[in-house]
Design a protein around this ligand. Structure first.
Ligand code: FA5
Ligand code: MG
Length: 415
């Protein structure tokens, strides 16, 4: 059965996403393959490992953070549309106009004004503007990236923010002499408008909150460490890492919210912190899931292992069976006149080959001294999750990739 590659990347005028039509323009780079993930909502499936993990984190926050009225402090938003504006994903978070994270080679744009969110932080400003002081958001996020067992172009994040007013920080009676703000200098520890006390309070609350979460998930004696980091929307910023099989694994990014963002939301009397966690990495660590593609599997051999689980039950995933890999290289000359990014090729490989593609790596680059042409050689590793692929099946997909790359990217195959 020959694979049909019917909806080519640039062949239709409009695209439908979540029931809305968008006019294609020069920014459009979202593929049908990527769009087929929109609406799967793995994080909303109660017995899916991502749904179990999400509920485990939500339950932790519900039980640990309770307000004066007895209600949870954090509200949960897990059904926000993954289609966001450039303003939401970038501008509202003070991400500079020329920041690399905005590039077409890194994001899935629907048109020049819309993209599939690259992080759940895209919802921060709308939620805070609507009057919410503490929230958790959970959702699918989309990034163009390399392909291997721990990178997939769609993954899930859980973001949180918490705001504090002066009387929530200083619980004593008379707080009239205390200021959250000053007209100072930015240092490694604080923003210019925060007093050092404000900044240190927020940093301590944030770290305590996340250490408690990490210990809930990984046990009291999990080895964790803080690493300084940089985000355009927080200062100071940190990453939390956990020791996993002898390697430090990055779990999340976080920091003290930039006061300018709160000011843009009309908030002048509160300060806050925020964080964003990648759910797949956590789930892989928690359930011993060896390959990120498994989260998308509809195979009962995978799903049934979680069917009886509750958010706190320990599940250790057992690999159903391992089928052999099949490796095939492809070399081509890059087009002379148009731009070419390896991510374009990675997308195309995924588009044509689907989930039988396990890895794609650029293994060789060569510049011809006379013609000035550049050639790339990619190694494509094929592996089916449920069966052994025959050489003929692999060759057929490999040839399809070659002819689609020729047709759509303008490359010239070398034989
Ligand atoms: C962010 O996305 C920030 N929005 C996080 C944040 C929120 C910082 C609020 C400060 C305040 P980053 O790109 O590092 O940051 O991604 C956050 C987490 O998502 C990572 O720590 C990692 O766990 C996960 N993640 C990132 N890229 C991938 C990927 N390609 N595959 C799987 N997980 C990933
Ligand atoms: Mg990071």
């Amino acid at each position: 059965q020959r694979r049909k590659f019917s909806v080519a990347i640039n062949e239709k005028e409009t695209i439908d996403v979540c029931g809305k039509k968008y006019q294609r323009d020069e920014w459009t780079n979202v593929t049908p393959k990527i769009l087929s993930h929109v609406g799967r909502n793995l994080h909303l499936q109660e017995k899916h490992p991502l749904g179990l993990l999400k509920n485990r984190i939500v339950n932790h926050f519900y039980s640990q953070y309770i307000g004066r009225t007895g209600n949870p402090i954090f509200s949960v938003f897990d059904r926000l549309s993954p289609v966001v504006t450039v303003e939401q994903n970038f501008d509202s978070l003070l991400i500079p106009k020329n920041h690399i994270s905005r590039l077409k080679s890194d994001c899935y744009y629907i048109d020049s004004g819309h993209l599939l969110r690259a992080h759940t932080t895209a919802h921060q400003v709308e939620l805070i503007k609507s009057g919410i002081d503490s929230y958790l958001t959970v959702g699918d996020v989309y990034r163009r990236d390399e392909i291997d067992s721990s990178h997939y172009p769609v993954f899930h994040q859980l973001d949180a923010a918490r705001l504090y007013s002066k009387h929530e920080i200083y619980k004593q009676e008379d707080i009239s002499g205390i200021n959250l703000f000053e007209n100072g200098d930015e240092t490694a520890e604080k923003q210019e408008v925060h007093t050092l006390d404000t900044a240190l309070f927020l940093q301590a609350e944030l770290k305590a909150c996340l250490e408690k979460l990490a210990r809930n998930l990984f046990g009291e004696d999990a080895e964790i460490r803080w690493v300084e980091s940089v985000f355009p929307f927080t200062h100071p910023s940190f990453e939390l890492e956990v020791l996993y099989n002898g390697n430090w694994l990055e779990l999340l990014g976080c920091g003290v919210m930039k006061q300018e963002i709160l000011a843009n939301c009309g908030i002048t009397d509160k300060v806050g912190w925020a964080f964003g966690i990648g759910l797949e990495r956590l789930a892989m660590r928690l359930y011993q899931i060896p390959d990120i593609r498994l989260f998308w599997s509809q195979d009962t051999g995978f799903l049934n292992q979680f069917r009886k689980a509750t958010p706190t039950s320990p599940v250790t995933y057992k690999t159903i069976s391992v089928f052999p890999q099949c490796t095939n290289d492809m070399s081509f000359w890059l087009p002379e006149s148009t731009a070419f990014s390896p991510n374009d090729f990675y997308d195309l490989v995924r588009q044509v080959g689907g989930d039988v593609i396990e890895q794609v790596t650029l293994i060789d680059e060569f510049n011809h001294p006379k013609t000035k042409l550049t050639s790339h050689c990619y190694r494509i590793v094929y592996r089916h999750m449920q069966k052994t692929l025959t050489k003929t099946e692999v060759n057929r997909v490999h040839e399809d990739i070659g002819s689609e790359a020729t047709r759509l990217l303008g490359v010239k195959l070398r034989v």
